[in-house]
Ligand binder design. Structure first.
Ligand SMILES: [Zn+2]
Length: 87
């Protein structure tokens, strides 16, 4: 006799097979945000789009392959040769 109430207020993104996968990787994110998150404990968005709380000891975890790919694909200091639209 219980009525199921969906917790609509909770909008935690979770993949079906993700049992905390993102918690086991060290993601790339804005350095300032990581620092802030470590202080406040607020989850932030990594480059790959995962919302996670940075670990204090990222060296314990393997680097997230998605983040790494995105990170390496980013134009560093505007000197990247991506875009192909040189002026
Ligand atoms: Zn990632």
């Amino acid at each position: 006799m219980s009525t199921k109430i969906l917790p609509k207020q909770e909008t935690t993104p979770q993949t079906s097979h993700g049992d905390g996968d993102h918690e086991r990787f060290a993601h790339y994110a804005d350095k300032h945000k990581i620092t802030e998150s470590m202080v406040t404990g607020t989850p932030i968005r990594a480059l790959c789009g995962k919302i996670w709380v940075p670990s204090r000891d990222p060296k314990k975890y393997p680097v997230c392959p998605e983040c790494k790919e995105i990170y390496e694909g980013l134009p560093v200091g505007g000197g990247g040769d991506q875009g192909g639209d040189k002026q």
